[in-house]
Design a protein around this ligand. Structure first.
Ligand code: GRG
Length: 296
């Protein structure tokens, strides 16, 4: 990937974070006044993060001709669901991490019950935020349904369940199905919600499933590569955890060299697939081309 392309992607990611950050700082909107949970949620929500999913929501909306005002609530909603899933995943009873986005995880800062409830709150408020999308009721309802499906038992929660309950002989198809749920669904739904916000029809959005799933798989593949060969300072989270715990992931099932080659192949396939869609998908294609080279 050329340096000029990397700089363009960096600028686009920066623009997307600058766009979403102020709104994330106002969330969750309903404080209830009974607890410090909303401010704990904000600790996790505004503690950095690459904002890849908001970037995808915005880019997808723009690709089909929609302005950023149409997709801001969807971008925040997806980031809220993603952040809740990180908070719960980091709990001692799940993946047990004390570092996230370069800071102490929420349960380390505030205690396990607070982190469980903070995650719950973010997940519920995400749907409230998405419902604020200033578009027609039918369209907003479709967006709510798609986010709910992506976060539910067949995808995010289901994939996490698989991750927590692996069979003894976890093989490549098992790992691929787990990733489809645990990682790819939130990436795919970011593209779907962005396109819906931008005015795309459901069949175009359905047609994006393949590219969304592949982009999500590529994202996890490069995360697993970095878990094996990256470093804690750059990643802002501990690396080497899967190998330390003997957990199956893409790299353990196919090996580091094949994983790196597969990342490059997938990245090319995604770019070619995006070129067939109507609209300007170049921002999403840039991310796909960058992922095999990412360091955090
Ligand atoms: C608890 C229901 C539930 C699900 C948890 C998010 C998750 C599922 C597990 C975390 C571990 C993991 C490797 C997930 C795959 C997705 C992933 C690579 C998350 C990290 O996303 P980034 O890199 O993080 O976009 P930032 O911090 O930049 O937002």
């Amino acid at each position: 990937m050329k340096e000029s392309e990397k700089s363009r992607l960096q600028a686009l990611l920066k623009k997307a974070s600058g766009w979403v950050e102020p709104r994330l700082g106002e969330l969750p909107e309903s404080s209830g006044g009974l607890s410090r949970l909303p401010s704990l949620c904000r600790y996790s929500l505004t503690s950095g993060g690459k904002r890849v999913r908001p970037f995808l929501v915005r880019s997808s909306c723009e690709a089909v001709g929609g302005g950023p005002g149409r997709s801001i609530h969807a971008a925040c909603a997806v980031e809220m669901v993603h952040t809740y899933s990180l908070i719960h995943d980091d709990l001692p009873q799940m993946d047990d991490d004390d570092l996230r986005r370069g800071l102490p995880t929420l349960h380390v800062k505030a205690g396990v019950p607070q982190a469980v409830l903070g995650g719950d709150l973010l997940m519920v408020e995400a749907f409230g935020e998405l419902a604020r999308t200033p578009l027609g009721a039918g369209r907003v309802s479709e967006m709510l349904g798609r986010l709910s499906a992506a976060a539910g038992p067949v995808f995010l929660v289901g994939g996490q369940y698989m991750d927590m309950n692996p069979p003894r002989d976890a093989d490549r198809p098992w790992v691929e199905r787990m990733i489809l749920g645990k990682t790819a669904a939130m990436i795919r739904v970011s593209l779907e919600l962005g396109a819906l916000a931008g005015g795309a029809e459901s069949d175009l959005v359905d047609g994006m499933q393949g590219v969304g799933d592949r982009l999500g798989y590529l994202f996890q593949l490069t995360d697993d590569i970095l878990d094996r060969s990256g470093n804690t300072d750059e990643m802002g989270k501990r690396v080497g955890k899967d190998a330390d715990h003997g957990k199956a992931n893409t790299v353990s099932t196919i090996g580091l060299a094949e994983a790196k080659a597969l990342a490059l192949r997938l990245s090319d396939e995604i770019s070619s697939e995006l070129a067939r869609f109507e609209g300007d998908w170049s921002a999403v294609a840039l991310l796909a081309r960058y992922l095999p080279h990412r360091r955090k």
